[in-house]
Design a protein around this ligand. Structure first.
Ligand code: SIN
Length: 313
């Protein structure tokens, strides 16, 4: 078997999948995202994504239209973001991550809109299933993104801890992000989003269990149902640490033409905040694919406290 064959999903497969780290992240080659892909290629990409949780494509020449078209092959594409009011003209699905905007909003450049580990928009009752992020303008160095495998984080916990966390629900909200100021604060106050999600979520496609604690969305309230503030805080601190252990992560160096595609039901990610202070620009475009309402190990569903589901088309 040649090295090339070793990385094929099967001997007949149309793509090559090169794992990048022990638990998560693989680079896919042999595919041009600007072209209409066959059902088989789409199925192979989906399988690689379910296995590796985040996959990367290099040297792609695509714009907003091709990015949205590719995302549609994997599900319904949502509007850009529940609080995005200025998506690019003609592309309501595109969420710009743009250091130039942050300079206007916050008075200083930032690497990304958030500098903590999170899973996308988990304040929603139905957080996005997948996110697809495309590089546009990159700093000469810095501004990498890291992902962590939440299934590995759960599976490697001792059995007694798994049994304990299986029954917990944590509250997710946008509040702390709004408090940082900027134009978003007002819309967050007007239309708040708050949801209790099971701390352990069962993946609807693979059946795997993931440690679903999204630090960026649980840190404001630090509330595990029924445990009170002190215990909730200690337990969440411990679970965030487990979820983001270095061995479960992969770090991606963006280059022109890079695209990352991840499964929000099994990962959290971090835009490493080391580019903003240098004054370089960093612009990426994200689209998200509609997700379902998470379920815990006993089948209980997440419960909305405030806010509507976020649907795509
Ligand atoms: C995101 O959180 O979706 C964007 C990550 C990044 O800016 O690298």
């Amino acid at each position: 078997m040649t090295t090339t064959e070793a990385h094929k999903v099967s001997s007949e497969s149309t793509i090559l999948v090169q794992p990048l780290a022990g638990y998560t992240g693989a680079e896919i080659s042999g595919v041009d995202l600007a072209q209409e892909l066959s059902d088989r290629t789409v199925a192979e990409i989906r399988q690689a994504l379910l296995t590796w949780k985040v996959v990367f494509f290099r040297d792609q020449s695509i714009g907003h239209a091709e990015q949205v078209a590719f995302a549609r092959r994997f599900g319904k594409v949502t509007p850009a973001h529940p609080y995005e009011d200025k998506p690019p003209e003609g592309f309501p699905e595109i969420f710009p991550i743009d250091s130039r905007r942050y300079a206007e909003q916050y008075g200083r450049k930032r690497t990304s809109y958030d500098s903590s580990w999170h899973t996308d928009v988990t304040a929603l009752i139905n957080p996005p299933a997948f996110s697809l992020l495309r590089a546009h303008i990159l700093p000469p160095y810095g501004g990498d993104t890291a992902w962590t495998n939440l299934v590995a984080a759960y599976e490697n916990l001792p059995a007694s801890v798994r049994e304990f966390v299986d029954g917990l629900d944590a509250e997710h909200t946008f509040e702390q992000r709004a408090a940082r100021g900027g134009s978003r604060a007002e819309s967050v106050e007007r239309k708040p989003l708050r949801t209790f999600h099971p701390v352990v979520r069962v993946h609807p496609e693979t059946g795997e269990r993931a440690l679903y604690v999204s630090p960026g969305f649980t840190r404001a309230l630090k509330n595990i149902r029924g445990l009170g503030p002190r215990l909730s805080s200690h337990i969440l601190d411990a679970l965030w640490e487990e979820a983001t252990r270095t061995e479960y992560t992969v770090r991606f160096r963006w280059q022109p033409g890079s695209v990352a595609f991840w499964d929000n039901r099994a990962t959290a990610h971090l835009a490493i905040p080391d580019a903003g202070h240098l004054g370089h620009d960093r612009v990426l475009y994200r689209v998200t694919i509609e997700g379902d309402v998470p379920k815990g190990v006993d089948g209980r569903a997440s419960e909305s406290v405030e806010g509507d589901p976020f649907y795509g088309s």
